[in-house]
Design a protein around this ligand. Sequence first.
Ligand SMILES: Nc1ncnc2c1ncn2[C@@H]1O[C@H](COP(=O)(O)OP(=O)(O)OP(=O)(O)O)[C@@H](O)[C@H]1O
Length: 609
Amino acid sequence: MAEKHPLIEPFQHKKLIPETEPDMKKRAADWKGTLKRVWGYLAVHRAKLILVTLMIALSSAMALTGPLLVGLSIDTFLVDGDLSWIGYMLIALAVVYIVHSVSVFLQHFWMVAVAQKAVYTIRTDLFDHLQRLPVPFFDRRQQGDLMSRLTNDIDNISNTLNSSVIQIIQSVLTLGGILIVMLYLSPLLTVLTLTIVPMMVIGMKWITKRTGPLFKEQQKRLGDVNGYVQETMSGQQIVKAFSREEEVIDSFTEKNERLRHAGFWAQTISGFIPKLMNMLNNLSFAVIAGAGGLLALNGMVTIGVIVIFAEYARQFTRPLNDLANQFNVLLSAVAGAERVFQIMDETDEFEQEAERENLTLTEGNVSFEQVSFGYGSERTVEQISFSAKRGETVAFVGPTGAGKTTIISLLARFYEPDEGRITIDGQNILQVRKASLRRQMAFVLQDTFLFSGTILENIRYGKLHATDEDVYQASADANAHSFINQLPDGYQTVIDSEGGGISQGQKQLLSIARALLADPAVLVLDEATSSIDTVTEVKIQQALKRLMKGRTSLVIAHRLNTIREADQIVVLQEGRIMETGSHEDLLEQGGYYAGMVRSQFQQGSTAAV
Ligand SMILES: Nc1ncnc2c1ncn2[C@@H]1O[C@H](COP(=O)(O)OP(=O)(O)OP(=O)(O)O)[C@@H](O)[C@H]1O
């Protein structure tokens, strides 16, 4: 196999959550807790669940009555030769089976309704919670794995609730009912028939002990495969550009193989259950035929009773079999539910916000005071101090990895400083509600993210209740109006999340329009490094100027024009501020910045850093 290129596993550097194997006792307690939580989602539909239980009880009772009537008929009509009741018996049998069918239909109908509502709520809760999780949470996880939890794991819960709940209740009721009737008809034959039960229990225990961890492993491997598919799909162009298809296929095959292996053992071992049950079923049939025959010869039971027992024995092993099977399905669903609840238990970034005040904006003055922060144990930025007043622009320059993005992420509170404080109009941003802080900010980033939808909807994302006229005005100010109008469907042009059909520069204009509409006090701009045709470039520069007017702007700047016009330039290197001042000041100082400008901008005034 070819050596792996770092791009093949683009997310390998993430410190993904380690999987630890808790001991069995803890696991059992976890399962109990998980089942309780799933039950919480079902319990709100109590009335329907009671109806389902009643229908199950009715269908189980009917399933028991059927063989009883047949056995009774054999004794009455065949053995005693009394045919006077035969008509009634046939009608009774027909009624029993019709009631059985109707109750089976109704229980299924109501149960599916309850299950779908419960799963709908779980899915909504999970999605809502995901929206409220902080940025560092997403840093630590693969997108595909999260997708897998939202889709596969929830599907698993859904399938289980749809069918397993009914089967489990039905099995328990049927088992109880059969036992009572059997004991009533012949305690001796009952005891003989039940000799196979210990064998069943031992067999099932052996199997289920092994299948639990195997199902968990299978889910985890499925999450890995989905995660990888998701990554390679989004990084598809890079894969192709570097001709890494072979390596990607190899990596995928490896993960797929692990999934196949886990799936093989989970399915094979759980598949033993029906086979084992079948074998024991036949055994119990032999016991009833042999022992029942002997008892009948001695006049201790009738032929009808043997027939009833033979049918019950079949019905007896079936619920046991079902219970064991459902137990496996349940284990797989519990494994899925655990993964879903794990996410729901992550601390919501707005949890402790209720007691906080909203940010009261007066000017929009931003200040960093001795701020230090590290993503891990090492410091990424250290002792950062600067301030920007309303209407001012601060440009951050410095080599890649210097910490420019980190500083604006701290301002938006995607991460929180380890030391120092950041204030807006004198209020520490850690002490105000995040939403109120972010409402005052707009981001125009290099990689403009557009959502699937129309251009109008994408711009309106900046201010959801803006009128169409507001959107047109913002687009006009952003120099986007004319190109949008030239599109065949104008503002109603549908774009996908990749922004298909629109150029890079046009995407930036849309993102500027979106920010203009949001009308923020503080603007964060990550200037694009990609070169765009001169006409569009001029349009972007004009639009940005309009956008920055009267606002506090923090710009990760790459273009000399932007840098030169900034009120303050903060030069960063390895997370520290090297120099700060205006373009002229810094040139005069003749330090790092002056050197950088000389070497980078000799060829043209708008060249990118
Ligand atoms: N989410 C993250 N988790 C861990 N480390 C990170 C994360 N984001 C950035 N870093 C690291 O922090 C350092 C500073 O990164 P940052 O993105 O702030 O630099 P930058 O100056 O904006 O670079 P560029 O100009 O390339 O965007 C880098 O070493 C980077 O690897």
